[in-house]
Design a protein around this ligand. Structure first.
Ligand code: ADP
Length: 622
């Protein structure tokens, strides 16, 4: 037995003295009038409901209300009209339509999707229908005597219901009235559905237009800031009132790069706020920039939130002056990297919907892709420039030893030819000297070629190590021994401090190569000042440092000299391919170690490498 059947004796076959105001031709005329009124273009899907309530009061009811069912439970009153305008505010009070009171005729209508007719809604029925004392008091004041509850069914779902009430003592609703009320509800549902579809269509049109514009605007520039300014202008005013775009380059603090606001005064304020205060203090969305927070935020902006966010009173004043009420933040993500974030704001009025969030995310994704493409383009251009420079230097470097080689060979050939013609034989001393020059140039050439081969091996991931036990101190002494003649020629003092052996397990040739690179650089860039090499053990690590008192390296250059082809000196003054330190770092890292530099321009440099001693356990004491 339903609540209605049990408690209210619902009468679907009402008789009685219905003093129906709509009879005979009237219903048709009334419904035609309703249809004309509802034929308007409704921007807001809920608006036709208010119109229907108003029309009902003109026709079948003393008062009429419309309640929509809320997802979370309960009802939301969206319209109420009363023949006595003074009583209309009472209809908005609706104290009992909250979740947790799921009994009574309203819920019955919602559950079964059927209309319910109560020809005699007597004072004692009010008590039964009332959900709480306030509701009862309200009904007492409104004084309904006959009642119809009609569901609002849109697209096969019951979205809410109409309540039609007659308060005159002689008025009793009958089936004809119910038929009219149901027709009214059907026409209202059609208007709601129409308005909803229209809104969907407009939204889709707007989204398509925005996305088309995004395609046209965002892909055109290779300038990152220009792209993000376009994004901000695209978002405002279509999607938001205010927009601030933040970039967070890897390893750098996030910064605001573009702002836009529908109101020019507020745009200036937004710019000031964004420029003056660090990004993490402005919007919660910047959690996204810091890679920790969620990649999207959709929130209401309360004064409390602003106060919590502001770093000082002035900051709070600026944030308040912006008049933000809702916020939508989306991260700029491209190729799974967060590049920055976009904060969108709105003032009073509806906040951002889920669809708008999706659209903002799509626009942000396209902008992020453009930004990333610009980055890739610049990187590719830099790589090509670097390669061209390298080819220039490499040809020059390879050619340099060839010239003396060629000259010496020509000379030797001439002397040999002269000797063959019966001239003086070549003296053994001159011959030895020439051969030494030839040897040196050939060594230089093969070391250049070896370096190039090493780079291609490293790039292809084919750097193989053959580990064996050895003493780093001995390796250093041998390498320094090889440099002794050239150090003497440069009148440069070469010192080794290696008081005890430092045993470990490494690849001998690669370790020699690393020490050779560092010592040869120290001699090359050391301006003839002493070069000191230290070798020591530090627990499981072996450490070798090479200190020179030469030209030094600026802090900015220190960051890049370990990269391929990177050089910090002019090729006019110093030859070289910019590969030695790159190869050094790759080898040291293959050993599981590190290499670093500490230096200042004009103050000399110290390169220090630290490598694990591997599973070398039985070495003599450190
Ligand atoms: P190359 O010496 O062939 O240019 P490297 O990779 O060995 O290549 O070194 C890269 C750059 O680092 C050099 O061009 C030079 O600018 C700088 N550099 C290396 N070692 C030193 C040093 N001891 N003092 C000053 N600058 C150095």
């Amino acid at each position: 037995m339903t609540w209605v059947q049990g408690q209210l004796e619902e009468q679907t076959t009402a008789g009685g003295n219905a003093m129906a105001p709509v009879t005979g031709e009237e219903p048709l005329r009334f419904l035609a009038h309703v249809s004309r009124a509802l034929a308007a273009v409704w921007e807001d899907p809920e608006a036709p409901l208010g119109e229907v309530a108003r029309l009902a009061v003109g026709g079948v009811a003393t008062y009429c209300t419309v309640d929509l069912f809320e997802q979370a439970g309960g009802f939301r009153r969206v319209a109420g009209a009363h023949r006595e305008p003074a009583l209309e505010p009472l209809l908005r009070e609706a104290p009992s339509f909250s979740p947790g009171t799921e009994v009574g005729p309203l819920y019955q209508t919602l559950r079964d999707g059927q209309s319910h007719l109560f020809p005699d809604f007597l004072p004692e029925h009010r008590e039964l229908a009332a959900r709480n004392p306030e509701h009862l008091a309200l009904m007492e004041r409104l004084g309904p005597r006959s009642m119809m509850l009609v569901p609002l069914g849109v697209g096969g779902r019951t979205l809410g219901l109409f309540t039609f009430a007659a308060c005159e003592a002689q008025r009793r609703y009958g089936p004809e009235d119910l038929a009219i009320a149901e027709e009214l509800a059907r026409r209202a549902a059609a208007a709601v559905e129409h308005a909803r579809l229209l809104r969907e269509m407009r939204r889709a049109e707007r989204a398509t237009r925005l996305l088309a514009e995004a395609g046209a605007r965002l892909g055109t520039s290779l300038d990152v800031v220009e792209t993000l300014e376009s994004l901000a202008r695209l978002m405002v005013p279509e999607l938001a009132e205010g927009c601030a775009v933040y970039l967070a380059p890897p390893g750098e603090a996030a910064r605001c790069v573009a702002v836009a606001h529908a109101d020019p005064e507020k745009e200036a304020l937004l710019r000031e706020t964004a420029w003056r205060y660090p990004p993490d203090m402005q919007f919660p969305v910047l959690g996204a920039v810091q890679l920790e927070g969620p990649l999207r935020v959709r929130a209401e902006v309360t004064d409390g939130a602003l106060a919590a966010q502001a770093s000082d009173a002035e900051h709070l004043r600026l944030l308040r002056a912006l008049g933000m009420r809702s916020l939508l933040g989306v991260a700029l993500v491209a190729r799974e990297r967060v590049l920055g974030a976009v904060a969108l704001t709105r003032g009073e009025g509806p906040g951002f919907s889920a669809e708008e969030q999706q659209l903002a995310e799509e626009l942000a994704r396209r902008a992020a892709l453009s930004v990333d493409n610009a980055r890739l383009y610049h990187e590719a251009r830099d790589a090509v420039r670097l390669r061209d420079e390298f080819l220039g230097i490499a040809s020059h470097e390879l050619k340099t030893p060839l010239t003396p080689l060629h000259l010496k060979l020509q000379m030797l050939q001439k002397q040999a030819e002269a000797a063959a013609r019966g001239g003086a034989p070549v003296s053994p001393g001159r011959l030895a000297e020439s051969l030494e020059v030839l040897q040196r140039q050939v060594r230089k050439l093969s070391s250049l070629v070896d370096n190039l081969l090493d780079v291609s091996r490293i790039t292809a991931g084919r750097l193989r190590l053959e580990l064996e036990d050895m003493d780093l101190a001995t390796v250093a002494a041998e390498v320094l021994g090889r440099f002794a003649p050239s150090a003497a020629q440069l009148q440069c003092q070469l010192e080794l401090h290696a008081p005890v052996p430092v045993f470990g397990k490494w690849d001998r040739l690669r370790l020699e190569q690393v020490v050779t690179n560092l010592v040869s650089n120290a001699l090359k860039y050391g301006a003839g000042r002493p070069v000191v090499v230290h070798v020591e053990a530090d627990g499981p690590l072996a450490r070798l440092s090479v200190r020179d008192g030469g030209i030094g390296i600026s802090e900015a250059d220190q960051k890049r000299i370990f990269e391929r082809f990177e050089r910090a000196v002019s090729e006019k003054h110093y030859g070289g391919l910019g590969l030695g330190l790159y190869i050094t770092r790759q080898i040291v890292e293959a050993f599981g170690g590190t290499v670093r530099v500490s230096s200042a321009l004009g103050q000399g440099s110290t390169f220090t490498l630290e490598v694990p001693r591997g599973d070398y356990l039985r070495g003599p004491v450190d």
